[in-house]
Write a protein that binds this ligand. Structure first.
Ligand code: ATP
Length: 322
């Protein structure tokens, strides 16, 4: 990998801070193949980046220091807990970038979370992508977008998409991206029900249900083309008919009340309701922005969700702010 010599700082504000933000994602389509010999599943997924962002602020420091604030910062145990040490994906992003660029990993980092933790919205991946962009500017490492994407793929399957944003088809573990055209805005309402679900646990439950013959084995991946065609230009009914997620049955198996949450979304007027990624977020598709506002109010009054947020996509991936 060729890196230009550190050529001074990027966009640094008066107090030395560099700020970047990155979006949450919804999997509008998620087909999961059988378990591979490397322990991963072969995926075909269509990612949509939506307007719910985590913000990462980096400042000059001596060694690495990390602080996590906002959504999920209070939890200390379980899947909702966000570690503020080496286990945090942001910490690993900083060490990886510093190592590859040959600079000292010196930064004081604050992660402001709005994306619910362990919710199937790729919050940790968003933080890692934003950290790569912010630290590249702080350290003046001047990585190309391609170099950052290569580091992102090493950090996690969803991190390249968090960096790229928009709409994309993901293959392999989800890290191999090809862009998808979406000519229109899509409005969704995200309902977060109960505490987080561990992604490995949901994949494990999928494998268990398949081994028991209670779900098809996944040899035939559901093709993403109908979703891709619908995303391009609509109408909403076409996308509503095409959304699918192979992780929904195992998420429902581990968290039966999610069934009621999906039903609540459908009854409140969603064009479609699907579990996002490994859950437990319910992504409810709305006809338009106005319907999304109505749907948000209806779902907030249901008492099945702890948080309800209207979002839209596609939005750009990790970017410097201000
Ligand atoms: P996935 O991307 O695996 O689908 P998710 O979107 O469901 O995951 P995340 O919010 O990314 O969920 O969190 C998954 C786990 O990653 C959490 O249980 C948490 O302990 C750990 N984690 C590490 N770094 C972070 C981070 N910066 N923000 C949130 N969680 C993090």
């Amino acid at each position: 990998m060729s890196w230009s010599a550190p050529g001074g700082p990027g966009r640094i504000a008066g107090d030395g801070a560099v700020v970047a933000r990155a979006p949450a994602k919804i999997n509008v389509h998620l087909a999961v193949g059988p378990l591979r010999s490397d322990g991963f599943h072969e995926l075909r997924t269509v990612y949509l980046a939506v307007s719910l962002f985590d913000t990462v602020t980096v400042r000059p420091g001596d060694g690495l220091a990390l602080e996590v604030a906002g959504e999920g910062a209070a939890a200390t145990t379980g899947p909702d807990a966000v570690p503020a040490d080496r286990r945090n994906l942001v910490w690993r992003a900083a060490e990886l970038l510093a190592e590859r660029a040959g600079v000292a990993a010196d930064a004081s980092i604050t992660v402001d979370k709005s994306i619910p933790v362990a919710a199937g919205l790729a919050g940790g991946s968003a933080d890692a992508a934003a950290a790569l962009v912010a630290l590249d500017a702080l350290w003046g490492t001047r990585a190309t977008r391609g170099e950052l994407a290569a580091l992102a793929a090493q950090l996690g399957s969803d991190v390249p998409f968090s960096l790229q944003g928009g709409v994309a088809l993901g293959s392999g573990r989800g890290e191999q991206l090809s862009p998808v055209l979406a000519r229109r805005r899509w409005d969704w309402v995200l309902g977060i029900a109960g505490e987080g679900l561990s992604t490995p646990a949901v994949y494990g439950e999928l494998d268990r249900l398949r081994a028991a013959g209670r779900l098809p084995g996944g040899e035939e991946l559901t093709p993403p083309e109908p979703v891709i065609a619908a995303l391009r230009s609509g109408p909403v009914a076409a996308l509503a008919a095409a959304v699918s997620n192979d992780l929904q049955p195992p998420a429902l198996s581990l968290r039966p009340p999610l069934r009621r949450a999906l039903r609540a979304a459908a009854e409140a007027g969603a064009a479609a309701a699907v579990v996002s990624g490994s859950g437990p977020t319910v992504a409810a598709l709305a006809e338009d922005e106005e319907s999304a506002v109505r749907l948000t109010a209806a779902l907030a009054g249901e008492g099945v969700f702890r948080t309800v947020r209207a979002v839209h996509g596609p939005v750009p991936g990790a970017r410097l702010v201000g």
